[in-house]
Design a protein. Structure first.
Length: 258
């Protein structure tokens, strides 16, 4: 291939990548605008775990804001978070369409399940946070409230809107990204970086790494840290099983080719 043809092909690939990124950005902005119109409902959905956790404690619970612009900026943040969450599958599809023409047929078949699994696992991580981790964590933090019998003044939570929603969105992203562990390890196994024996023999180190990562990614409380670490340990074991299946398929393919 001549240098001119190579440069022409490279430039055309860059132009295609640029076009797909622009399309993804436009799609994200459109959804951001739509989500902003429904931001109050999205806010209500994200606040519901807190509302459900405190509904029976006979207190006048509320979320407060201490800056004039805080609620407005919170609605913007919530809108962008939801838009990004919704458009992630579309962005992944654009990346896939860019990469796919350069792959062989068997490579396309191998990668396609991961494109499907990635948003599903992210969604499962978010559901775990919303329906299990957040209600438990809220009750744990509320247990430190005091009526003032021993401290002279009562200690009662008055959570800020921005801080609460930032915590929820951070946890959803942390769990969603962490739940990609089986996808990452399976892809590494396909390209020969790791194998099932490697993952088994490093299990004790992985346990320490997972709990350390859970401590970094979550607030300093045992509920969210254990709530992230235990699913990751289960996913790690499932990854070993997945990698083992990949190795068996590779061996069968090599025997068939021989």
């Amino acid at each position: 291939m001549s240098e001119d043809k190579f440069e022409g092909g490279f430039v055309s690939h860059l132009a295609e990548l640029r076009q797909r990124l622009i399309h993804s950005f436009i799609f994200l902005i459109i959804f951001f605008v739509i989500c902003y119109f429904f931001s109050e409902y999205i806010y209500g959905f994200l606040v519901d775990p807190f509302a459900q956790a405190v509904k029976d404690d006979n207190s006048n619970r509320r979320l407060i804001f201490t800056a004039l612009q805080e609620t407005f900026l919170t609605y913007l943040k919530v809108s962008f978070f939801t838009a990004f969450f919704v458009t992630c599958p579309y962005i992944l599809m654009q990346i896939w369409k860019f990469v796919a023409p350069g792959l062989y047929k068997h490579e396309k078949k191998a990668i396609m399940p991961y494109l499907i699994l990635t948003p599903i696992l992210f969604f499962l991580g978010g559901m775990l946070v919303y329906y299990l981790i957040m209600p438990l964590a809220i009750k744990f933090f509320l247990s430190f409230e005091s009526t003032g019998a021993s401290t002279n003044l009562p200690i009662q939570l008055e959570a800020k809107v921005n801080e609460y929603l930032s915590l929820v969105m951070k946890l959803i992203f942390a769990f969603g990204i962490s739940f990609q562990l089986p996808v990452v390890l399976s892809l590494l196994a396909r390209i020969g970086v790791v194998d099932s024996d490697f993952l088994r023999t490093r299990r004790k180190y992985v346990v320490v790494i997972i709990f350390a990562a859970a401590a970094i990614l979550t607030p300093p409380d045992p509920i969210t840290q254990i709530g992230l670490a235990i699913p990751l340990l289960i996913l790690y074991e499932l990854s070993i099983f997945s990698v083992n299946l990949i190795e068996k398929k590779k061996l069968e393919q090599e025997e068939a080719d021989a």
